[in-house]
Design a protein around this ligand. Sequence first.
Ligand SMILES: [Zn+2]
Length: 132
Amino acid sequence: MATKTVKCPNCSAENTGLENYCRNCGSLLTNAYENQQMQRSGSGSGQVPGADKKVVAGICGILLGGLGIHKFILGYTNEGVIMLVVQIVGWFLCGIPSLVISVIGLIEGIMYLTKSDEEFVQTYVVGRKPWF
Ligand SMILES: [Zn+2]
């Protein structure tokens, strides 16, 4: 990992980014992005909050997509119920709707896994995008 340095806005001294205050002059380092990154990695997981659902939801979408399990994991209860109902009703309709809903789940699972953690959280945790 590359070491990031934070430049002091007051005296231009290079700081390690581990401190909130300049070790040279003691003024507050105002690089909010760097501080955020430090807080995230300081929280233990080193991940974007919500990103832990990405892999679980993605795999469930691929394997059990037709049951809407990945929707429930993401907290999309309505969409999960819709997928489950279509799946069950589909069994009485020669399985075609069930197949379609399984393919949708598969595609969504792949989409989750191909997104970066940031994109995933932005789209599905913050944005609450219901489908795809
Ligand atoms: Zn300084």
